[in-house]
Design a protein around this ligand. Sequence first.
Ligand SMILES: [Zn+2]
Length: 395
Amino acid sequence: MVFICILDYKVIKKYYLDNRKYNFETSIKKIVKIDDNLYDIELKETYFYPEGGGQPADRGTIDSLEVVDVQKKSGGVVHRVKGEPKGPLVNCIIDKNHRDHYMVQHTGQHLISAVLKHELDIDTLSVHLGNLYTTIEINRSDILDSEIAVLEDKIYDLISQGNRVIYHETDDEGLKNFNIRRESKYKGYIRIVEIENFDFVPCGGVHLSNIHEIGLIKIVGYDKIRSHIRLNALIGKNAYIDYRTKDRVTNILNKELSTQTEDIPNSISQLKKNIDTLKLDKKNISELYIKKLETEIKSSRETVFIYNNIPKEIVQKLGVKLTNTLTRPTLLINKHEGLNWILIDSKSEEVNYSNFKENLMPLINGKGGGKKSIWQGTGDLDGIDTFIDKFKLLA
Ligand SMILES: [Zn+2]
């Protein structure tokens, strides 16, 4: 029984025999029309990996027609294709980048889960192989930075050592001879994947032939999910690209902060302290300046005061402080990013705001509003002289 199963795999599912075969010719065994555009194809033999074990299905073409999905079905493999292949002989091309990416992610995930178990006694609960990140949920509610360092160091040592990936075919009885990391979900024919002399686990996926092909693994963070830790791993080229990006950003920070990489956190912390001090200084100086302007206005007989490039909030605070304290209606003008105006009532005399709005504001193409005692808005610098002269007459 077991022998028949193995033979079945060796005849049809050739992706187990050669994981780097991306181009092959075979004949069509069966075609089923799904709709006007989609056909399900069974081939005499296939190197296309069907979705399974968290590993996505291969992409590619059969007879130049796009393969949109590959699934296991009744012991065989069904390829869903856009269009009807002519056959009976067909040329098949597997998307190499897609296959390689997921073989690297999948084998990398085996290695991470194996080291978690054998070095830290941490079980893997679920995994997701992503386009960028591969995530691994573990049976822990927290993890120490020192444990992540142990994990990464052991992974690095094993990748440098270059352990082979080896397959064993067995059944329920034979399974007892293997020190497997987790129980098999399957009965009958069981395929064991070994990271040479380190880890044994039942798995039906496609893997690299040697873990040195992974290149690099970096744990770049973790989240808490369902009270468990989920590790975010960058595996293979993704880790290398991330390193290049972070190196570029770090170099910019080193230059901008004139500091070494290890001192960047201290430099940023010092910058934040400096900003807080400057904010406090600015607040104190602003209050003193507002007080000075307030005194000047109160001791003057003028009704219009013109300022150049004073921060808007200073003139606004000044206007509020002056409300209901002046002996005559007063206009404050601040030439700052255009023109800003503030109109203030006096203690005894109310401004005729409708008159101001109808007759004066159009002179500067003014906009704005307010309520009794204080109004404010913006306008154009053109026409300001006439605007001021007319206000003086009005006031
Ligand atoms: Zn696997």
